[in-house]
Design a binder for this molecule. Structure first.
Ligand code: ATP
Length: 317
């Protein structure tokens, strides 16, 4: 049977600004998204039956129709019914390494890998922008996950403009395994606390965009200056998540107090928190210090770094 194995990296948000509420119910955002070297492996196999099945080694991940990887396969089957009936069904195996419900786009990157894998399996020859368009119907982060790297994302996060590559910035990442923050809760709470700032028209959007500070972060990225990038880290959702989740606040403060930490921030809607550090050696020291301060086994800790790629094919058999 024909199959593809793919690597699906996680992302962090170096910058997340909520510009306002859109009439369609989404938020107008300015984000800088960054792929990191922490990834799941997705195997996409052609099956002999006309079914879609998902297998995953992580107990928190559903394997039914609610799995984003399943939804990606279902979308491809719906869009390309002839290929689905010619090539048979799809078996998807997820080896999960990315912490679940962490603000690291774990589900989105799995869905992106399934789109890329099925395109190859069925010889569809879709372009990157066609894959991104399909991905956008599954979730705002899916288009980014396809090509990854360093990107400025606007609109509801689906309008992507690439930034210069940012490789080998050293990161320590922490997440409490059992702690989950609902992304809709974070945005709704932000709206309740900071009011509904509806964007009326394009003029209004331009006026608000002038207040966006992501330009400073872009300059730091262009200069590949880790210290400057660390100073410009920003996430509006911290304003609602940190007061409601003392464990996340504690992690943020603990990271900030470590020697060698250039900057620290929550990723996406949390609850994962990352720190930018000077060197790989320093990253190991910081990880050890956090582990000593919080010996709780529920806390997952990773030493990782920024990478320049999204979905990668590692095997075709
Ligand atoms: P984002 O950063 O895009 O908001 P996230 O990293 O916060 O995503 P996910 O890891 O995608 O969150 O998980 C969110 C929820 O989605 C989980 O609680 C899980 O039940 C469900 N889920 C569905 N499919 C997947 C998948 N393939 N991998 C992980 N979680 C999935």
């Amino acid at each position: 049977m024909h199959s593809y194995s793919l690597i699906a990296p996680a992302k962090i948000n170096l910058y997340l600004e909520i510009i306002g509420n859109r009439p369609d119910g989404y938020h107008e955002l300015a984000m800088i998204l960054q792929s990191i070297d922490l990834a799941d492996q997705i195997d996409v196999h052609a099956a002999s039956t006309q079914t879609i099945r998902v297998y995953c080694d992580h107990p928190q991940v559903p394997i039914d129709q609610t799995n984003l990887a399943y939804r990606a396969a279902e979308l491809m089957a719906r869009k390309f019914p002839d290929a689905f009936s010619n090539f048979g069904g799809i078996d998807i195996t997820i080896k999960k390494r990315i912490p679940v419900a962490a603000g690291l786009a774990g589900g989105s990157t799995n869905a992106a890998a399934v789109l890329v894998g099925i395109d190859l399996l069925w010889n569809l020859g879709l372009t990157k922008s066609e894959l991104e368009e399909l991905g956008a119907t599954l979730g705002s982060d899916v288009p980014f996950c396809i090509s990854g790297g360093t990107v400025i994302a606007t609109g509801r996060g689906e309008q992507l403009s690439p930034l210069p590559n940012l490789n080998h910035i050293n990161i320590v990442l922490a997440k409490y395994r059992s702690l989950e923050v609902s992304t809709p809760w974070a945005y709704q709470t932000y709206r309740q606390v900071f009011g509904s700032t509806y964007i009326k028209d394009t003029k209004d959007l331009v006026a608000r965009a002038n207040a966006v500070h992501s330009g400073e972060m872009v300059k730091a990225i262009v200069a590949k200056d880790a210290a400057e990038i660390s100073q410009k880290l920003h996430n509006d959702l911290e304003k609602v998540v940190l007061p409601a989740y003392p464990q996340v606040l504690q992690l943020r403060e603990l990271f900030a107090s470590q020697e060698g930490v250039l900057g620290t921030m929550m990723s996406g809607s949390g609850p994962s928190v990352f720190a930018i550090v000077e060197s790989p050696a320093q990253a190991e020291v910081v990880k050890q210090q956090i582990r000593t301060a919080i010996p709780d086994e529920d806390l997952e800790l990773f030493v990782t770094g920024t990478i320049t790629t999204g979905i990668q094919i590692i095997r075709n058999s």
